[in-house]
Ligand binder design. Structure first.
Ligand code: DX5
Ligand code: ZN
Length: 228
């Protein structure tokens, strides 16, 4: 995985057909997705339950781009090796998930995965200032994590601050929640490069009509790029 700050669209399969993940992943990749975003929820850190390591392992052979795994779980450390074995390329943990995020990021990198750190809307940018040399990605949540299809919460000032703090470090800024062609320009202008989009990518389409996914992906990308 080489580093750049071009706009990348990462469809969240939380909005895909849960009976058909393999084909859904293949469809969004064929239609221009740059990464595939996998939301792991534990019914404890967030009020919803999704994928354990065996499910993520089953997705792996279908993902030809980058499998971006977002852990909304606590604790994180006991599960890092399992998600590495499942084939995650990037593993992101929440800074709110425990008192030792620095150790968690070290442990993620030690497996060979890229390490990400996510911030809930209520958490300030400062919370990751001392982690920036330990991380490959900062995920700014623009909804309260747990569900797809929620309304975008404006975090542009946080994104701008993070972009400044990151400077020349090879650290991605990812936006997660409520990204669509209306909100994408705001976060792209503020310095984000990875845009997670669930409902905005999957809405109106299916594996039988994958062109809809393509149109949706292009619409988000064009809107974001128009702001640069
Ligand atoms: C929310 C998840 C998101 C979610 C985004 O907890 O982390 O990745 O799937 O969905 P949309 O794009 O529909 O807000
Ligand atoms: Zn996510």
């Amino acid at each position: 995985m080489s580093f750049d700050r071009t706009i990348k669209i990462a469809p969240s399969i939380l909005s895909a057909d849960f009976a058909n993940f393999g084909q859904e992943i293949q469809a969004v990749e064929a239609q221009g997705a740059d990464w595939v975003h996998v939301d792991v929820m534990d019914g404890h850190f967030v009020p919803n339950l999704t994928f354990g390591p065996p499910a993520v392992k089953a997705f792996r052979p279908h993902v030809k781009t980058v499998m971006d795994v977002h852990l909304m779980i606590t604790p994180v450390d006991p599960y890092i090796q399992a998600y590495a074995d499942a084939g995650a390329d990037i593993l992101t943990a929440h800074v709110e998930a425990g008192p030792h995020t620095h150790r968690t990021l070290q442990a993620i990198r030690a497996t060979g995965m890229k390490a990400g750190v996510a911030l809930n809307p209520g958490t300030p940018a400062d919370a990751v200032e001392h982690l920036l040399d330990m991380t490959d990605l900062v995920c700014v949540m623009t909804v309260n994590p747990g569900f797809g299809g929620q309304k975008f919460i404006d975090m542009t000032s946080k994104v701008r601050k993070l972009r400044e703090m990151i400077g020349d470090r090879p650290v991605h800024i990812e936006i997660d929640g409520g990204v669509d062609p209306k909100t994408a320009p705001l976060v792209a202008a503020a310095g984000a490069d990875v845009l997670v989009a669930g409902s905005a990518v999957f809405k109106g389409g299916s594996v039988e009509t994958p062109g809809v996914y393509g149109n949706n992906i292009r619409a988000v990308r064009a809107a974001a790029e128009s702001a640069l």
